[in-house]
Design a protein around this ligand. Structure first.
Ligand code: ADP
Length: 398
C-alpha cells in the first residue's frame, strides 16, 4: 500500500511517499516559501534529486506540484496519482477529541477546526492540506495523525494546571503535550531494545529546534514537558520553555508590550537565540563557545540543566528508569549535549560511556557503560513512518 505522508506548515510542506507494506521510502521532499515565491526539493535516492524554484502562491499549487513531481518528471516514481492508496496527514492539535489517529470525514474536520484557538499557527495549515487533497484526489482516503494523541493517557494530576477548575472544564485549559508521534515511535523502539519487558519505564528526550521530554510507563505517556502550547518545558531554539508567569506583566510594563508581542518574544526571540544573541542553531552556539564566547557557553549549560531537571523529575514520577532515549536533530547528533545531560547522574544508575557516545551513526544505538543500571539509547526518530503505519492500519481495516 502506497501512503503519501504530508506535513503542511504555514509556508512549508514536507512529504514522503512510503510503501507501508515494505516500509520503503519511495520519495521524499520539502516545499518551502509557499506564498512568498516557492522552492521544491525532491529526492528519490542519493543520485536522483530534483531542486527547483517555481511560484507557489498557495498550498494548492504546492500539493499539485508535489503530485506532478511524483507522477510526471524525470524523477517520477509512479505513473498516476491513482496509485496512491491513502494520505496520512500530520495534525498538530487533536485536543481531547482524539486519543488516536482517525480517518478524516466532515465531522473530524469540524473538530480540528474547533481546535484552531489552541494551535492557531498549525491547525489551519493542516486542515488546508487535508481539504486540498480531498479536492485533488476525491477517491483517496485521508487519515489524520495527531501530535497530541499519544499524551492523552496522562493522568489528571499530570495534565491539569493548578488554576480554578472551571477553566479546564469550560475553556479546555490543560497540558496537551506535543511531539507525540516521535515519543511513541522512540519509546516503542526502546521497548524492543529492552527485550520487550512487560513493564517499562522510559524517558524520551526529543531535542530539536523544538524540544520536549516525555515519561513513558508501560508504553504510555504519563507526563510531558510541553503544555497547552509547545512553549512550555525545555529551552528550545527560539522558545524560552518554562518561565515565571509574572514575567508577562513585568515585560508589559517595562517594554510597553502587549500580550501578542510577549508571546512572539517568548516563542521567536528567546531560547538559544535570545540567550546567545548568535543563533537558534545549536551548532553555531557550540562553535561560538569553543571560540570563547561566554554567553554561548552559558546557553549550552542552561539548556542541559533544564533537560537534566526534567529527566530527574520524570525518573521520580516513574519510580526509576530502564532507558533514557535521545532523539531528533540535537539528541541524535550532539554527543556534547548527551554527555552533559547524563554527567553526574551516576548516583541514579545513569552512566554514559564517553567513547560509545562519540560514535556517529544513523542506527539505533546503546551509549551507556556496561555497569549502568539504566540503558542510554540514541534512537533516530521517524514520525513519517508512524503516520504511514497508522494510515495503513486504518485504511486496511476499513
Ligand atoms: P526541528 O525541530 O525543526 O525538526 P531538528 O530535529 O532538525 O529540528 O533539530 C535541529 C537542531 O539540531 C538544530 O539546533 C541543530 O543545530 C541541531 N543539530 C543538528 N546536527 C547537529 C550536530 N551535529 N551537533 C549539534 N547540533 C546539531
Amino acid at each position: 500500500m502506497l501512503v503519501l505522508v504530508l506535513n503542511a506548515g504555514s509556508s512549508s510542506l514536507k512529504y514522503q511517499l512510503i510503501n507501508a507494506t515494505t516500509k520503503d521510502v519511495v520519495a521524499t521532499g520539502l516545499v518551502e516559501r509557499i506564498g512568498i515565491d516557492g522552492i521544491l526539493k525532491h529526492e528519490v535516492s542519493k543520485n536522483k534529486k530534483l531542486d527547483f524554484e517555481i511560484d507557489m502562491p498557495t498550498h494548492k499549487e504546492a500539493i499539485e506540484l508535489v503530485l506532478k513531481t511524483l507522477t510526471d518528471s524525470e524523477t517520477k516514481v509512479i505513473n498516476s496519482i491513482d496509485e496512491i492508496d491513502a494520505i496520512g496527514h500530520r495534525v498538530v492539535h487533536g485536543g481531547e477529541y482524539f486519543n488516536s489517529s482517525t480517518i478524516v470525514d466532515e465531522k473530524v474536520i469540524k473538530k480540528i477546526e474547533k481546535l484552531i484557538p489552541l494551535a492557531p499557527l498549525h491547525n489551519p495549515a493542516n486542515i488546508l492540506g487535508i481539504k486540498i487533497c480531498q479536492e485533488l484526489m476525491p477517491k483517496t482516503p485521508n487519515v489524520a495523525v495527531f501530535d497530541t494523541a499519544f499524551h492523552q493517557t496522562m493522568p489528571e494530576e499530570n495534565f491539569l494546571y493548578a488554576v480554578p477548575h472551571e477553566d479546564y472544564t469550560e475553556h479546555h485549559l490543560r497540558k496537551y503535550g506535543f511531539h507525540g508521534t516521535s515519543h511513541f515511535y522512540v519509546s516503542q523502539e526502546a521497548i524492543k531494545l529492552l527485550g520487550k519487558k512487560k513493564s517499562s519505564k522510559i524517558v524520551v528526550c526529543h531535542l530539536g529546534n523544538g524540544s520536549s521530554i516525555c515519561a513513558v510507563k508501560d508504553g504510555k505517556s504519563i507526563s510531558t514537558s510541553m503544555g497547552l502550547t509547545p512553549l512550555e518545558g525545555l529551552v528550545m531554539g527560539t522558545r524560552s520553555g518554562d518561565i515565571d508567569a509574572g514575567v508577562i506583566p513585568y515585560l508589559m510594563e517595562k517594554k510597553d508590550m502587549d500580550g501578542h508581542q510577549i508571546i512572539d518574544y517568548l516563542n521567536k526571540k528567546s531560547g538559544l537565540l535570545g540567550l546567545s544573541g548568535i543563533s537558534s542553531d545549536l551548532r553555531e552556539i557550540i562553535k561560538a563557545s569553543q571560540d570563547g564566547d561566554k554567553r554561548a557557553t552559558v546557553a549550552i549549560e542552561l539548556i542541559c540543566n533544564r533537560i537534566k531537571k526534567y529527566l530527574c523529575a520524570y525518573a521520580g514520577l516513574l519510580g526509576g528508569v530502564d532507558a533514557v532515549c535521545f532523539t531528533a536533530g540535537i539528541g541524535e547528533n550532539s554527543d556534547l549535549i548527551r554527555e552533559k545531560v547524563c554527567n553526574g547522574l551516576d548516583f541514579m544508575g545513569i552512566e554514559i560511556d564517553k567513547n560509545k557516545n562519540k560514535i556517529r551513526s544513523a542506527e539505533n544505538r546503546e551509549i551507556n557503560k556496561s555497569t549502568s543500571k539504566t540503558k542510554i539509547y540514541v534512537i533516530p526518530t521517524n514520525e513519517e513512518f508512524v503516520i504511514a503505519q497508522d494510515t495503513y492500519k486504518l485504511v486496511k481495516g476499513k
